[in-house]
Design a protein around this ligand. Structure first.
Ligand code: ARG
Length: 587
């Protein structure tokens, strides 16, 4: 049991024995200089009993049996303040040091969760828009596992859409694919560079070249029908691109159990459509096959008319499209068929979680509704979209290059390395690529994850890379500093005895950190863990500045300090692991 609930149960017990019931809540103190925990419950409870809050608080405190763990005091105008006694705090510290999970308790019920993150699109170069998903997704994956859940991570690559048709149309025209289309020459070597040029070119062209766009749509349909030679050319391009995507995700510390794509759902599309048709949920409209998912109160006509003279709809909830007029599958088709595939191939999934840009929330809402209506997702299964905000530039707009184009992942990585190297050099450390990357990526991840997931944030690398303040490098630095203290002594740690305020502060920060995991797990956002890690690191820094660990003359004290260092390190290493931030060996 954690200390907060332990205190809470003491108050509940005394409260009910005195006839005031059990409505006592305890939180960490707002005034840490006065107490560790506080309870404000006497204000509400005293009202019900026509008493003054302070009178009630005093009565409760006076009736708490003497104990070795906590000191309670009633404070004006009716708070109960609670201080953990040093002896008990020391005992807890020792327990935490010996605990594998440093205080985190595994769930009683183990959930089975599929996490869908990554979502890179084949044939398109990875850009910053695709960074948040693997960053947040990987951290949630590790967090859920820490609580004992079984997590299956799937990259769900975008490989069944128009971008494939566009790329092939472009390369075919350039003669690169003659081997497939004219049976001419040898099998071509298709490089990444070729794709990186072909797709953007084709993508621009489709906006003014109607004929080209038509052709690309047709090719997309042929690929989906596995028609040759389109399908062979498709497979070749997919292979080149997927190899690169795998490399990128590796570098980003994103680990997947399944590296499937939209195309893998193809085998389930016919069955999916049949389910909707059999249940009379799908119907034809203007040649397309669609499913209505709107509920009462949605799609309500308003007085205003649009340019076609049709009334604007309030609470719009457009239908789900299963097949386009030309018979092609769209984004929703593959997402729904993928849920069917997941449920048929993986048994008893409690949850499917999508870590995808928040701007896709309407898409997921509609996909989820359709799956529930058709029974493709059982009623008890939770389908959840964890939608994240945009990574903005300092101008508050989506992060772009100076020229206004989207920033490529490769550019970001180079920038991280360059800036982290600069930082290291100014600290007198010779940077290697590997070291700079660890720090750069750590800075970026922490900068990202310390924001509430749903919010937009400003991608400010200079701020993220600071070695001071609430940043990834600061936490990494704290661990590196503890490592260097340990390396400088032969003295072994010993029993932890908490005495000074600085030591107490470390322990309180640590208790808050343990609580932060639970908050993050509930909110599917890592910001609380980031703040709590920072608070612990900064409590350690205050302790370090006020106590000479290595020069301490009293051996018992020194041993206790060293074990405390070990405990802080263990807690920070666990937090960094969850955030998927690597720890450099020097900084
Ligand atoms: N490829 C998609 C995109 O670029 C993201 C995929 C997200 N996952 C999903 N199951 N739809 O927007």
């Amino acid at each position: 049991m954690n200390l907060q609930s332990e205190v809470e149960s003491i108050l509940k017990k005394v409260g009910s024995s005195l006839g005031y019931g059990e409505d006592f809540v305890v939180s960490f103190s707002n005034r840490p200089e006065l107490s560790d925990f506080q309870s404000n419950s006497c204000f509400a409870i005293s009202k019900r009993h026509s008493k003054k809050p302070l009178e009630l608080a005093t009565e409760i405190v006076n009736n708490i049996p003497q104990n070795t763990k906590y000191e309670f005091s009633a404070e004006n105008p009716g708070f109960i303040n609670i201080r953990i006694k040093n002896g008990y705090l020391s005992k807890k510290a020792q327990e935490l040091l010996e605990d594998n999970l440093v205080g985190v308790e595994k769930n009683k019920k183990r959930k089975k969760v599929l996490m869908d993150y990554g979502g890179a699109n084949v044939a398109k170069e990875l850009h910053v828009g695709h960074l948040r998903s693997p960053i947040i997704g990987e951290a949630l994956n590790r967090l859920y596992k820490l609580f004992g859940d079984e997590v299956i991570a799937d990259a769900h690559l975008g490989d069944w859409g128009l971008q494939m048709g566009l790329t092939i149309a472009q390369l075919q025209e350039e003669g690169v694919l003659d081997y497939y289309f004219k049976g001419a020459g040898k099998e071509p070597i298709i490089t990444l560079e070729m794709l990186n040029i072909a797709y953007p070119k084709a993508s621009k062209r489709k906006n003014f070249d109607e004929e080209f766009k038509q052709k690309a749509s047709e090719i997309t349909l042929y690929i989906q029908q596995k028609k040759e030679p389109y399908y062979s050319a498709y497979k070749k391009i997919r292979e080149v691109s997927v190899k690169e995507i795998e490399k990128n995700y590796n570098e980003l510390n994103a680990n997947f159990d399944l590296f499937l794509g939209e195309s893998d759902a193809e085998a389930y599309i016919e069955k999916t459509i049949k389910i909707f048709e059999d249940k009379k949920l799908a119907y034809e409209s203007e040649g397309a096959l669609i499913v209505d998912v709107a509920k009462d109160g949605e799609n309500m006509p308003s007085d205003k008319l649009d340019e076609n003279g049709q009334p604007y709809l309030l609470n719009p909830m457009p239908p789900v499209i299963l097949k386009k007029q030309n018979g092609a599958d769209v984004y929703a088709t593959t997402d729904i068929a993928t849920i069917l595939m997941r449920n048929e191939t993986i048994k008893d999934l409690d949850e499917i979680i999508y870590v995808v840009d928040g701007r896709q929330s309407s898409h997921f809402e509609r996909v989820f509704r359709a799956c529930k209506m058709a029974g493709i997702s059982p009623a008890e299964q939770e389908l959840l979209h964890v939608g994240f905000g945009t990574m903005n530039g300092k101008d508050g707009k989506p992060f772009k290059t100076r020229e206004g184009t989207t920033v490529k992942l490769a550019d970001v990585v180079n920038l991280l390395i360059e800036k982290a190297s600069e930082k290291l050099r100014s600290n007198g450390v010779k940077p290697s690529r590997e070291l700079a990357l660890k720090i750069g990526l750590g800075a970026m991840r922490f900068g990202d994850l310390s924001n509430t997931v749903t919010k937009d944030y400003v991608f400010d690398l200079d701020k993220f890379l600071s070695f001071e303040g609430k940043t990834g490098p600061y936490i990494q630095y704290t661990v590196a500093r503890i490592n260097s203290i340990m390396a400088k002594t032969n003295c072994q740690g010993g029993e932890i005895k908490i005495e000074s305020d600085e030591e107490r502060k470390i322990l309180i920060s640590l208790l808050k950190l343990i609580g932060a995991y639970q908050v993050c797990y509930k909110e599917n956002s890592l910001n609380t863990l980031c703040s709590a890690s920072y608070d612990l690191a900064s409590a350690f820094s205050t302790f370090y500045n006020n106590h000479h660990i290595l020069n301490e003359k009293k051996v018992e004290r020194k041993k206790s300090y060293l074990s405390l260092c070990e405990l802080v390190k263990k807690a920070l290493v666990q937090a960094l692991y969850v955030l998927a931030i690597d720890i450099p060996d020097r900084m």
